[in-house]
Design a protein around this ligand. Structure first.
Ligand code: DGJ
Length: 571
């Protein structure tokens, strides 16, 4: 499907924007074509400080995988789907390339979008489409050729020495106009061709920002840098300038350049997002190349994107963006945990659109779920790299995909329940931290105690040789829990309030029942029933009751994707 209608010149651009606005009105009016009964437009809901991604009207946990950058072509898509299938992922994140989408100005080629949509439906997989527009990893490599050939119009950032660098200028009005028009056309096409909501989210740009220079030093940018800081930025960053004319340096000191660049890029991307959302209000997000969460000084990271230090600026300048999302390639546990804490904010749901796919990293899905993540998606999990050793044999071990396949096999069938329980604040999840073999989760009258590296019947937990343990506990009612995980042991202990509790003990190495002294009286945990089962058609189905050696020393979660439903009481 190729739209051959040529549009050029500012009059036509204006017409496009007017049409976009009119379509916006249609998109939100009740009963419009876009709002089909069973498939309302996906949206992000917020309740009591918690978030959920609603798909088909109910919380949805995105268990995703992102393809490699050049995989979204008919020739390579088969190598994507076979990996997605092996992974049990419910969502594919894959790019839409501006250079392919708009081969000539105003002429849109929808064939790539249509192909991936049709194939996703065949595979019963949802899509997150990544708009590789003005920015891709800080550069403008996905701009169409007709733009690349006119650098004087679609300008680059100028560095301190007056040289052009490999990064688009956020002050290039022609680039902004072109991207806005193309993105709106893309969103309009989704609205018209995706009534069953295969596409559940769209990423606007990719890792916006600039490497190698802190900001644009062109004369136009310089003039703005020397001007008063806009009121909305002052408010967002909680700054009160000494004088109304205070410029960026006066207000922000050594952070001024990166704050200025973030402002300029957020404003640019905010306009593109608003135009797309006006056409079709899908959830939109921007992904961030991170800075070191502990010591990220200007110059050590890609400047201008939604790094943790400038999130308020992005929120203020790009309100059509629902989520600012970290791409986390860190493997250091404290750093990973710090990043997810920084992006899990009252004004921002946690969503990890890119992360490493390794064994060590896979456990972090659980850390993210512990902070109500709406989705998680390791990068580059397709067979254009790392073809499987046993092509076609979906049962053969696959070291490249298994770390995440194990997670998705376990969690995938129950993802609707987990997303709902997380939205209701009833779910907690953790992953193993080196040198911390025990972690306690608090659920009112009960504590769930997670231990790693517990040998056989008991003995003190030592931690796993590699920190791969992970556990998730969700409270179904006051005395009943769902428990899943790998490489750990979970037990329950009466909790009482802190004021009531005088002492507590857990079994590890003692052979005793987990107990607590509450108001001077020991209360001991007993299992009423421990059911092992699986999820079938979205509901728990018990297979057997565990007892004896399988429960006497706590609940051992090893390498099988089993779900436990546990009822506890005290004596
Ligand atoms: C982060 C980017 O967002 C991805 O598109 C990809 O380039 C990875 N880095 C690294 O391969």
């Amino acid at each position: 499907m190729t739209d051959t209608k040529q549009q050029s010149g500012s009059a036509k651009q204006m017409k496009t924007l007017v049409i976009a606005a009119l379509m916006a009105a249609c998109a939100v009016s009740p009963g419009s074509q876009a709002q089909t009964k069973d498939h309302p437009i996906p949206r992000i809901a917020q309740k009591d400080g918690r978030y959920a991604l609603l798909v088909d009207g109910a919380p949805f946990l995105m268990l995703g995988a992102q393809s490699n950058n050049s995989s979204d072509w008919p020739a390579t898509l088969p190598k994507v789907w076979s990996a997605i299938e092996y992974l049990h992922a419910n969502t594919l994140e894959t790019p839409i390339y501006w250079e392919q989408f708009e081969p000539r100005p105003g002429q849109f080629d929808y064939s790539a979008v249509d192909t991936v949509l049709a194939q996703a439906r065949q595979h019963h997989v949802r899509l997150v489409l990544l708009w590789f527009g003005t920015w891709k990893n800080g550069s403008q490599h996905y701009m169409p050729e007709w733009m690349k050939l006119k650098p004087e119009l679609y300008t680059h950032v100028t560095n301190k020495n007056g040289e052009l660098v490999d990064s688009p200028s956020p002050f290039a009005q022609a680039s902004l106009d072109a991207d806005t028009r193309a993105f709106a056309a893309f969103m309009r096409h989704l609205k018209e061709t995706d009534p069953d909501r295969t596409v559940i989210m769209v990423q606007v740009e990719n890792e916006t920002g600039t490497w190698g220079t802190l900001r644009d030093y062109s004369p136009a940018a310089e003039k703005l840098f020397q001007s008063a800081v806009p009121a909305e930025v002052l408010k967002a960053m909680e700054k009160t300038p000494a004088t109304p004319e205070a410029n960026w340096r006066d207000v922000f000191g050594t952070e001024a350049d990166v704050d200025f660049h973030a402002w300029a890029i957020a404003k640019y991307v905010g306009q593109i997002a608003a135009a797309g959302k006006a056409v079709y209000p899908l959830p939109l997000y921007v992904n961030a190349a991170l800075r070191d969460p502990f010591k990220g000084a200007p110059g050590t990271y890609e400047s201008g994107g939604p790094t943790d230090n400038v999130l308020p600026i992005w929120k203020a300048e790009a309100p059509a963006i629902d989520v600012l999302a970290p791409d986390i390639y860190l493997l250091d546990t404290p750093a990973y945990r710090k990043v997810i804490e920084l992006y899990h904010r009252p004004d921002n749901p946690l969503f990890i659109p890119e992360t490493a796919g390794t064994t060590r990293a896979a456990r972090f899905l659980f850390s993210a779920l512990g902070l109500q993540a709406i989705g998680y998606s390791p990068f580059g999990l397709d067979y254009t790299r790392n073809p499987p050793a046993h092509a076609g044999d979906t049962n053969a071990p696959n070291s490249f995909l298994d770390p995440n396949a194990d997670n998705y096999k376990l969690i995938g069938p129950m993802m609707r329940d987990l997303a709902r329980l997380n939205f209701e604040g009833k779910l907690q999840a953790v992953s193993e931290v080196e040198s911390q073999p025990v972690e306690t989760l608090h659920f009112g009258d009960w504590d769930a105690v997670v231990s790693y590296g517990v040998g056989g019947r008991g003995g003190p937990p030592k931690g796993n040789t590699e920190p791969v343990g992970r556990a998730l506990v969700a409270q179904l009612n006051s005395n009943q829990f769902l428990v899943v995980g790998y490489s750990c042991r979970v037990d329950f202990r009466p909790a009482g309030t802190e004021a009531q509790r005088k002492a507590q003990q857990i079994v590890n190495g003692t052979g005793q029942t987990p107990s607590a002294s509450i108001d001077g009286k020991w209360q001991h945990r007993q299992f009423l029933r421990v059911e092992e089962g699986t999820y079938v058609n979205g509901a728990f189905k018990a297979i057997r009751i565990l007892n004896g050696d399988q429960t006497d020393y706590g609940l051992n979660l090893n390498s099988e994707p089993n779900v436990l439903r546990v009822s506890v009481a005290t004596y």
